[in-house]
Ligand binder design. Structure first.
Ligand code: ZN
Ligand code: ZN
Length: 283
């Protein structure tokens, strides 16, 4: 079957499997987008600063260092309590719990841009950016799928608990923001920050699989994209990442700024991060 037909057949098969709208995701994304627009009427500089700090905590510490480079690819190790802290930070991005995130991402690496990839732009750019999460149960991997792709996490009761109640830390942060800085803190620290973080992460699923340079001839469509790397603290060096998935460092050249790698490097310097795997460019 020609590749394009195969991709269409894959998308149809996927849609059949995941029929129906995922109302939880649709309502959550809609509410957060509305809150982000409302925030424009409640701006103050302190609220913006709080939003930037939380954006870094959720996306770089939580998703980049935690969910992705540590829990999914085990590209380095840290003491268990530090690992749990990173995972809690990851929940603040509203990208689901660690088990479903890790299982979905491991499936993505296994089938990158082929039939079975949960979010390939070959099935449509908007599909890869957003729509794949709005149908069926894609963001809440079922128990069987999770056990198959994330058995290491399923064995840990803390991760099972955190995946089930992944919205609790975010809700607590919301209450703390409202108590300390009123509506401006809540709208900027939660709604703008989460919405911006979601789109930044979604760009990795969409843009970095069709827009950017390819240093390595990987079997998928992954690209290196400096703009996406900037807003995701280094995750946009996605072609490097698909070529070397277990490397804790994604920006491999000096000009490929990778803030999350700098965090891990600092933790290695103070002997908190160990067994750090790093890919190097030839020559
Ligand atoms: Zn990818
Ligand atoms: Zn990965």
């Amino acid at each position: 079957m020609p590749p394009q037909l195969e991709a269409t057949a894959g998308a149809v098969e996927q849609f059949r499997k995941q029929q129906g709208i995922n109302w939880t995701s649709l309502i959550a994304f809609t509410v957060f987008h509305i809150g982000a627009v409302a925030a424009l009427f409640f701006f103050n500089w302190r609220a913006l600063l709080v939003a930037i700090v939380l954006y870094w905590l959720a996306l770089s510490v939580g998703i980049g260092m935690g969910y992705h480079r540590l829990l999914t690819h085990r590209s380095y190790s840290v003491p268990k309590l530090v690992e749990y802290f990173f995972a809690i930070c990851g929940t603040l991005a509203l990208e689901g719990g660690p088990i479903s995130w890790v299982a979905t991402h491991r499936v993505h690496h296994k089938f990158s841009d082929k039939q079975g990839d949960p979010h390939s732009p070959r099935d449509g750019k908007w599909w890869a950016h957003l729509i794949w999460m709005l149908v069926g149960d894609a963001t809440h991997c079922d128990v069987e799928e999770s056990a198959r792709y994330a058995p290491d996490l399923v064995r840990d009761p803390f991760y099972v608990w955190l995946t089930k109640y992944h919205y609790v830390p975010l809700a607590l942060v919301g209450v703390a923001l409202l108590a300390t800085g009123g509506l401006p803190f809540l709208l900027w620290g939660l709604f703008v920050r989460v919405t911006a973080g979601l789109h930044a992460t979604w760009l990795i699923n969409s843009a970095t699989h069709f827009w950017g340079a390819r240093r390595f001839k990987t079997g998928d469509d992954s690209r290196n994209n400096a703009m996406v790397a900037l807003v995701t603290f280094g995750e946009g060096w996605h072609n490097n990442h698909h070529a070397h998935p277990t490397s804790a460092r994604h920006g491999l050249a000096w000009y490929e700024i990778d803030m999350t790698w700098i965090n891990i490097w600092l933790l290695r310097q103070i002997h908190v991060a160990k067994s750090v795997r790093v890919a190097r460019l030839e020559g």
